[in-house]
Design a protein around this ligand. Structure first.
Ligand code: CO
Length: 506
């Protein structure tokens, strides 16, 4: 086979692999949104079977043969120089997935999958009992498996870098540390100044917001922001998420809390931000390994831009608050726009990450990053983890953790062996604001567009600057191309300081 025929064969294999992944995602979407309770048993087997088939497709010996024919080696992942830039990006990204997959022995993959299942079950029980010791041996196993995996990939004693690379290609522990450490100090200081002023109670506590009406408003919101419902839909699930089921089918979910309409509204906006990215990927990359976000963090930058920077701004609610009021006239009729804006930006430090406000969210992430890097460098043992968690919670938030459930057991990620994932959330905030600053320089009237509910220019800018690249650029390359600069926390910190100083009159 010549180099071009080999490329075409690889594209076909890649496309079939993505189809299998999308079918898997459909089964998962169904499980999260509408599967009857007793359907779960068969569904687990279906997912395991199909997951195995997808993996087999990726590690098929034909893939290795065609990669060699296309001139690809690990040292030269872009293959033959006669290929175009996009073709070489395809080979680089596809071969990286392939090499990572074939380096893991099948016995190890099976062992890891089984251990992960047991670990998750143990985590659920430990969390119910609020007893870390029950989960501890499983967590030790998950840490060992993660280390072993990075050894197979060739990271040697830089295990944590190997884990970060899964979610943020090119990012390293040291690079992130240099950004997070000074950021933690600034965020902690700002949070202290705000909490010193006293925390206001929520304005929503007295009323109920019917979830059916909330759903009607969410659908209206999708329309308002310009979501194309011919290419996606909205459903509800326990934990909101976005999933791509095909090149023109992106599903989002949200959840409604009847005591507080903001949860549903901001979940819907957040997931729409993810969906805009997926739906904005260019046609020529769709259905291939390049038809995805640059990284977890860049994906998160898009959801958080819409949710926080746009969705929690005064401009946004200037246009939308009267409409929201028309859905809930009895509950919101007497609430002023000012009071509402304060409520959507209310700072209330909590030990729980998923309840965190925009300001303290990144601190929760930095705490986890700090513990993960100590765990993987051997400075911290799994046994010492709860104590280290509680000490950092005291240091960053001045909060005494009352029990393991509200502390070290609160997140599912570690039980699944997903170490190195957390930093992406905070990086998303930083990427997002660095991009936003450039967007506002290029579109000086962005604020008035938002106030008028006209998002076309903003969407077009994100399209041309971020979406169009899919996975062709790693996060750092994307940022440099878009903003001319490597990642810095400056834009994010400036935004947070300006916004909260104004809201809280500091
Ligand atoms: Co998200």
């Amino acid at each position: 086979m010549n180099h071009r025929e080999a490329l075409e064969a690889l594209r076909r294999l890649d496309r079939e692999y993505r189809h299998l992944c999308h079918v898997l995602a459909l089964l998962q979407w169904d499980q999260e949104t509408c599967l009857p309770k007793d359907g779960v048993m068969d569904r687990s087997e279906q997912l395991a079977l199909l997951g195995g088939m997808a993996h087999e497709q990726l590690i098929d010996p034909k893939v290795g043969k065609h990669l060699a024919e296309a001139g690809v080696t690990e040292k030269n992942p872009q293959g033959d120089e006669r290929f175009s830039g996009e073709e070489r990006d395809f080979l680089r990204v596809f071969s990286k997935e392939y090499y990572k997959a074939i380096k893991l022995p099948p016995d190890f993959v099976r062992y890891a999958a089984k251990a992960e299942g047991l670990s998750q079950a143990a985590w659920v029980e430990a969390r119910q009992k609020s007893d870390f010791s029950f989960f501890m041996p499983h967590l030790s196993t998950m840490v060992e498996i993660a280390k072993k995996r990075t050894q197979y990939w060739g990271y040697g004693d830089r295990a944590y870098d190997g884990l970060l690379d899964i979610y943020e290609p090119g990012m390293t522990e040291q690079g992130i540390q240099e950004i997070f450490a000074p950021l933690a100090v600034k965020l902690k200081d700002l949070a202290e100044r705000i909490t010193a002023k006293g925390i206001e109670p929520s304005i929503f506590s007295a009323s109920r917001y019917d979830s059916g009406i909330q759903h009607q408003f969410s659908l209206k919101l999708m329309d308002y922001l310009g979501f194309d419902t011919k290419r996606g839909r909205l459903d509800t699930s326990a934990h909101p998420f976005t999933t791509t089921l095909g090149t023109r089918d992106v599903r989002i979910t949200t959840r409604y809390i009847e005591e507080n309409p903001l949860s549903g509204i901001f979940s819907t906006i957040h997931e729409m931000g993810h969906a805009f990215y997926e739906l904005g990927l260019p046609d020529n990359l769709r259905g291939s390994c390049l038809g995805d976000g640059s990284s977890m963090g860049i994906h998160e930058s898009q959801s958080r831009l819409w949710e926080n920077v746009i969705g929690r701004s005064r401009a946004f609610w200037t246009g939308l608050f009267p409409l929201l009021g028309s859905y809930f006239p009895g509950q919101l009729g007497s609430i002023s726009l000012d009071a509402f804006i304060r409520e959507v930006n209310r700072v209330a430090l909590s030990p729980i990450r998923i309840e965190a406000d925009e300001l303290s969210y990144s601190l929760h992430i930095i705490l986890r990053f700090e513990l993960e890097r100590r765990l993987f460098s051997g400075k911290l043992s799994v046994e010492e983890l709860p104590r280290a968690w509680n000490a950092l919670m005291k240091e960053y938030f001045n909060i005494e953790v009352e029990n393991d459930r509200e502390g070290v057991l609160q997140d599912v990620h570690w039980s699944m062996g997903s170490f190195g994932y957390f930093p992406s959330y905070a990086l998303g905030n930083l990427y997002g604001l660095q991009l936003w600053k450039k967007l506002c320089a290029d579109i000086p009237q962005a604020d008035s567009c938002i106030a008028q509910g006209k998002f076309e220019k903003i969407r077009a800018w994100l399209n041309e600057t971020v979406y169009v690249w899919g996975r062709r650029l790693c996060p750092e390359a994307l940022l440099i191309k878009a903003t001319g600069q490597k990642l810095k926390a400056d834009s994010f910190m400036e935004y947070i300081e300006t916004k909260y100083t104004a809201i809280y009159g500091l």
